[in-house]
Design a protein around this ligand. Sequence first.
Ligand code: ATP
Length: 536
Amino acid sequence: MSTAVPALEITGLTKSFGTMRALDEVDLVVEPGTVHCVLGENGAGKSTLCHVVGGSLTPDEGVLRLYGSPYAPRRPADALAAGIAMVHQHFSLVPTLTVGENLRLLRLPDLPRRVARVRDEYGLELDLGARVGELPVGVRQRVEIVKALLREPRLLVLDEPTGVLGPAETDALLATCRRIAGSGQAVVLVTHKLGEVARVGDTATVLRGGRVSGGGPLSGLPPERLVPLMIGRPADSLDAALAGTIGLAPEESGPGEAAAPRPAAPHGRTGAALRLRDVGVRRADGTSALSGIRLDVGFGEIVGVAGVEGNGQSELMALLGGSLAPASGSVELDGRDLVRATPRDRSRAGLGVVPEDRLHEGCVPQLRVDENLFLGRLDRFRRHGVFLDRRAMGRAADDVLTGHGIRAAGPGALMSSLSGGNQQKVVLARELALDPLICLAAAQPTRGLDIGAVGAVHARIRDAAAAGTGVLVVSSELSELLVLCDRIVVAYRGELLGPVDPSAPDARDRIGALMLGAHTPEPGGSGTARPPGAVR
Ligand SMILES: Nc1ncnc2c1ncn2[C@@H]1O[C@H](COP(=O)(O)OP(=O)(O)OP(=O)(O)O)[C@@H](O)[C@H]1O
């Protein structure tokens, strides 16, 4: 490790939003030529820290030094001029433009040479003529990284860059981080994934409730020491299967280590909570996004949809949420036709939907947290059918916030003021509270959540299933599906392949093969007496 002046040195950084102290006297040192990981639970202050370094937030107190010089950015342009490039959680590309057009918006001199250098040095290939809106999410993320690297930064800050990436794309990104550090620059990497930390990090700082709870060289901070610093309780309090998936066990959790089997749903209902028959969906340009989909989710059953992103999963969720109508086929909730039902009708009928893009589709950012929690159900707080009893609503919301461990200034805080993970928890809490809840369809339910919250969400999903709800989980995290689901189908080019029994010894390999389009039949069927899943 270098003994030169630190790339970034932060001392006594404090930032409050009203009464919420997001950062409280934070100290942090990043050496050049290293990858420094910033860890912490949802709402710990990680993004706020990134925004201060990137010049989009001004601190209340504290001193920043960049390569030994005082650094006090007032706006993002100051950070860029000082040699800092940022990659935030949300994409900053213009979807209607091509990759090349997006890069030209940077107005950098000598762009072709820079693009060639980034390609040769980091192996990051781009199709400059491709329209960004049509690119898979992993490729879009690559464009964001290239965009940051084109500036030839001295410090690259990545705020949860792997949340939206599949395993191969994550590997490529982590390799890029190492290469950047290897060529002498510094990287700050915000992540929830301890496996990634162990693979690329040199040093770490852990935040908890806005304060530094620990940190130092990662050689002395194995996951079992990081976990208590992050979540305030010992690593062995985590669900065993989950611990495997975050690098606390020697092997990644896999089949056979899946969660203990749940008892069959006590209500003894037969039939399907959700039934899709021969469903076809077309995109706006007329091409087929989903075809011949047959899927049953039984009462009390958890069905997973695996697959590389961009194989029809988004359209499946849009179909269930009611924003996309099928071109053919039927969609039924407990025998009730849903095809023409509005999103509100669906929610009232008992279909909970957690969309992938919670901020834009799952909630109303400019409304309060309590209004978002009871969206569509405000009537229960009306007095004399007219006045909204805001106190009662606030009390009910407070209970939900406490019960779900949601960090917010209070029920009256604007949804947009919550950290990404806490927004996610609000959307999940709202959908899980539907009454009745016949079926819950959740896309990437734990994306962006801290490791303590992931376990809590898995427990809630299992509880809902144990109470008879059918659950459909779309996730790009195969480890998550293997610990959570009774049955897994694989989205491939708009079809659902499988099913695979996650407890089968070769489940991971079989799912991997199906992701590449292999039509391997399940020996002996799904291995359960449950309704058949995708039938191909
Ligand atoms: N603009 C804002 N207005 C009010 N409060 C804010 C604002 N931005 C952040 N906060 C609050 O500051 C705290 C820290 O948020 P931050 O986004 O930094 O957390 P985080 O560690 O990045 O969390 P996550 O892992 O969920 O992304 C949170 O409690 C959040 O609600």
